[in-house]
Write a protein that binds this ligand. Structure first.
Ligand SMILES: [Fe+2]
Length: 323
């Protein structure tokens, strides 16, 4: 049975990606930001997940204002990088997990939780910056990543409660997947920031830190927070934080907070980051899955199980909404 072992929340500031891509990570300004993710990379290497599900928002890279799905699940085999502004980042193509993604789509939709299935999609900094922060800059991302794009750019975005309940539905879907996969959920975006208008540059550290506290210990305090409160307290773009509630909804009620980092600013944004581990699933103490040789099972060994996964995917085949 697959299981979600942990959740990671992280800002996805595009300037962080530009700092990586332009080799500026050792500059004092950026060193402060990246130093907060050194322990995170160690944690991720040890956690060694089989799959990640990354909740992020598209910034007019894959979807224009002509077409903005509220929740879009990436079911493709791969997702090329794209970006607004600076153009596509020089990062590896994100490889998906078509079988698990199709299973999640089937489970969540048949659970009466409407979701847009996307079989062709590019991914921007909203997804790739958090991958860099947690995995560094490898030639290939170390595991498949299923993108879940949430609309937080065109009114109305989903409520925090809806996001939290989607996380619950994803958790149920993952737990009904027959293969023994260890899954890490990413929630990305935030924290407080406003890009334009009279309040441009707004940062509210008090709100951000309280949000992190509640995300960890008492997420029910957050799920009913109205959009206007995000915008008033955390700026217009602070609404991105509802995406963190998808991640939190996919975890146990009680979790272990194993790491947190908060710094101001990166570009004009507060950077927040937290790692939460499930207790009941053995996330904290479970060793990374190793082959008898002591190393992660090679891709070839994992591919050997592909026929069964493909059969499951065929049963779960769903219609292409965007192609
Ligand atoms: Fe964003």
């Amino acid at each position: 049975m697959a299981r979600i072992i942990a959740g990671v929340a992280s800002s996805h500031v595009p300037a962080i990606g530009a700092a990586i891509d332009n080799h500026r990570t050792d500059e004092p300004y950026w060193k402060r930001v990246f130093s907060g993710f050194e322990k995170s990379k160690e944690w991720m290497a040890k956690a060694n997940p089989d799959v990640c599900i990354a909740v992020y928002n598209d910034h007019a890279s894959a979807f224009s204002v002509e077409f903005v799905p509220t929740f879009a699940l990436g079911c493709a085999a791969e997702f090329p990088p794209a970006d607004e502004g600076w153009g596509p980042r020089p990062v590896p193509v994100v490889k998906g997990h078509t079988e698990l993604a199709a299973h999640i789509a089937q489970s969540v939709i048949l659970d009466e939780f409407d979701l847009t299935v996307v079989n062709k999609m590019e991914v921007d900094h909203g997804l790739t910056v958090p991958l860099n922060l947690m995995f560094g800059s490898p030639k290939e991302w170390p595991c498949p990543v299923i993108p879940l794009a949430v609309n937080v750019v065109l009114y109305p975005p989903p409520t925090g409660h809806r996001c939290y309940m989607l996380g619950r539905a994803i958790r149920k879907a993952v737990q009904s997947y027959p293969e023994d996969l260890r899954v890490v959920m990413f929630g990305t975006g935030g924290m407080s920031h406003q890009i334009s208008g009279p309040r441009a540059g707004l940062i509210n550290s008090k709100f951000d830190k309280a949000f992190l506290d509640n995300l960890s210990k008492d997420p029910q305090k957050l799920v009913r927070m109205p959009h206007v409160e995000y915008m008033r307290e955390a700026g217009a773009e602070g609404i991105e934080m509802v995406m963190w509630l998808v991640m939190r909804g996919a975890l146990d009620d009680k979790v272990d907070e194993v790491y947190r980092y908060y710094t101001v600013p990166a570009s004009n944004t507060a950077v927040g980051h937290i790692i939460l581990e499930n207790r009941a699933r053995g996330g904290k103490s479970a060793p990374a899955r190793k082959s008898p040789a002591g190393k992660r099972k090679p891709a070839a060994a994992r591919k050997a199980r592909a026929p069964a996964r493909r059969a499951a995917a065929a049963r779960a085949k769903v219609a292409t909404v965007r192609n």
